[in-house]
Design a protein around this ligand. Structure first.
Ligand code: UDP
Length: 363
């Protein structure tokens, strides 16, 4: 059996690492599987791609399409053309896609049109915000996939509501947490820790990269100023995503406590997450990591496709109106943040469950 494993962007690399380990376990025990790691090249900078391969022990890709850059449509098209050519040379029996990036959707469409079965890992999550490119990627991918692996009962229910046959939906937990648990002992202090003389629970970690927050330069600047002026004079560390950097360059934001860095490696970033007073973010994956590490998290968005991080975890969704920043930070500094729990099945064994199910079904 040949399995293609698709990865294109930073959050994908974090999700495929444990899937590869689980596949390798089956190979080592004599199961006849071959897998091909297909890197679409959607993210290509060292600090958004290769660094994650090295740190998370991901083997070199079988192929890299180099399909980075460009608009949503041109990137989708480049990935589709490259993957179709690749499959025409040698088909696979199963295509595994993860998450909700352009590569997820593009490769799903190509595989399905060649009558190849597709398994979607992290299926069924919905923000119900159709202005997010990721929401469109999720809906298209889920509308034509064959196997659905979900992180929550809620995500499973979204799929059932969309008419997916229940026997193809498997609530298995969260592969991001497989990676988090596996690599927690290896988290490492970044250089900036000493440079800024950071102390446990005495700094804020900030990441923003969604179009709704960073594409409008004025709005972005207002948000940064509001965070700075309500941060009680503790340092704010902001690893800047490449798409955020474009807007940031137009802005003139400087504050003595605001420290910009390059995007960080996984081990250093999660060291900072684990020890932060609070993480302010618009990322989805980070809300899951803060939930599991019991670190307060403020999501600067109107919606979340991961409501369990709010209902069970440490995450609070405050919307994108800057006026919500002050009362939320006041509550945090007054020590009134909720205590979180860990959602069901987020136990570090999700990838093994997924590959066991697939080997059973297809083997
Ligand atoms: N991350 C990282 N370095 C950073 C910022 C984030 O390693 O400088 C990791 C983070 O721990 C999480 C993932 O990248 O696992 C989240 O990726 P991103 O925010 O790009 O995607 P999203 O979750 O919003 O889809």
């Amino acid at each position: 059996m040949i399995i293609d494993l698709i990865a294109g962007a930073r959050p994908n690399f974090i999700k495929i690492a444990p899937l590869i380990r689980a596949i390798q376990k089956h190979i080592d025990s004599g199961v006849n599987i071959k897998y091909r790691l297909v890197h679409t090249g959607q993210h290509y900078d060292n600090n958004m791609s290769s660094q994650f391969f090295r740190e998370l022990n991901i083997p070199d890709p079988y192929v890299n399409f180099g399909a980075g850059g460009g608009t949503q449509a041109s990137q989708t098209a480049s990935i589709m053309i490259a993957y179709e050519e690749f499959l025409q040379k040698e088909k696979c029996d199963l295509c595994i896609v993860v998450g909700d990036v352009t590569s997820t959707m593009a490769c799903t469409i190509v595989a399905k049109k060649l009558n190849i079965k597709v398994a979607h890992v992290e299926a069924g999550i919905r923000s119900h915000d159709m202005t997010m490119p990721e929401e469109i990627n999720r809906m298209v991918t889920d509308s034509i996939s064959d196997y659905f692996f979900t992180t929550s009962e809620l995500a499973s229910n979204n799929l059932i509501r969309d008419g997916i046959n229940e026997s193809n939906i498997h609530f298995v937990g969260n592969v991001m947490i497989d990676t988090l648990n596996h690599f927690k002992p290896k988290f490492k202090k970044p250089q900036i820790w000493e440079q800024l003389d950071l102390k446990e629970k005495e700094y804020i970690l900030l990441t923003l990269h969604r179009p709704s927050n960073v594409d409008d330069a004025n709005k972005f600047k207002l948000a940064l100023e509001e965070i700075c002026s309500n941060s009680r004079d503790i340092p704010i560390v902001f690893p800047v995503h490449p798409r955020t950097l474009k807007t940031l360059k137009e802005l003139n934001v400087a504050h003595k406590n605001l420290h910009f860095t390059e995007p960080m490696g996984y081990l250093e970033f999660n060291f900072l997450t684990k020890n932060a007073k609070v993480v302010i973010t618009d990322s989805g994956g980070i809300t899951e990591e803060t939930t599991v590490m019991n670190v307060p998290c403020i999501t600067f968005r109107d919606s979340t496709e991961r409501p369990e991080t709010v209902a069970i975890g440490t995450n609070e969704l405050i919307g994108i109106d800057v006026s919500a920043i002050k009362p939320t930070l006041d509550k945090l500094f007054e020590g009134n943040w909720k205590k979180g729990g860990i959602p069901a099945m987020w136990d570090g064994k999700t990838s093994e469950r997924i590959i066991d199910i697939l080997v059973n079904e297809l083997g």
